[in-house]
Write a protein that binds this ligand. Sequence first.
Ligand SMILES: [Zn+2]
Length: 221
Amino acid sequence: MPVHRITQLGFVNAYFVEEEDGLTLIDTMLPRAHKKILAAAASLGAPIKRIVLTHAHGDHIGSLDALAAALPEAEVLISAREARFLAKDMSLDPDEPQVKLRGGYPGAKTRPTRTIAPGERVDSLEVYAAPGHTPGQLAFLDTRDRTLYAADTYSTLGGVATTAKPNPRFPLPAMATWHRPTALETARAMRALDPARLAPGHGGVVEAPGAAMDRAIARGA
Ligand SMILES: [Zn+2]
């Protein structure tokens, strides 16, 4: 499957995944990206059927409200854990590491049409738990070609890196990471999926990323 990456300001990504009935949009970038996203869908000649959010940081949900207004028929999917952040409930659960949340959680007016959980599918995408960067982050594996939509488990800007430890060339995703030991554990779990292609929240798409992911895990430990 072709990977359709849309970028904003050179460092924020969203993706379209092609399905039989139209497009699944993964993440919505910062505010004011909706026109760019809608234009990209129009150029593909397919409707946006679903908006899937990996996590509730502002550079992933920023244009959600504008898109939901423009696409009233589209489903909006997010994990139940991250849906709380969308609604500005910033509480931690007793069984979670009691460390400070990092990064911006601006919240949104839009509520999910339903929540999704690890083990489920969103059409061609398998849903995986990817906690650490945020408590309820999800990643998505396209089972047709093993493209991993990795959210902020890895970034590839300035080289493939986990978000468990700041990459000096692009520290932002790691600086916004909530619990680094969990993020590193998740980076290992993503590697174990043996993706053919790594499509991160920040940076370009990397083909055959296994060795680079191994090095990133070793550096992140
Ligand atoms: Zn993030």
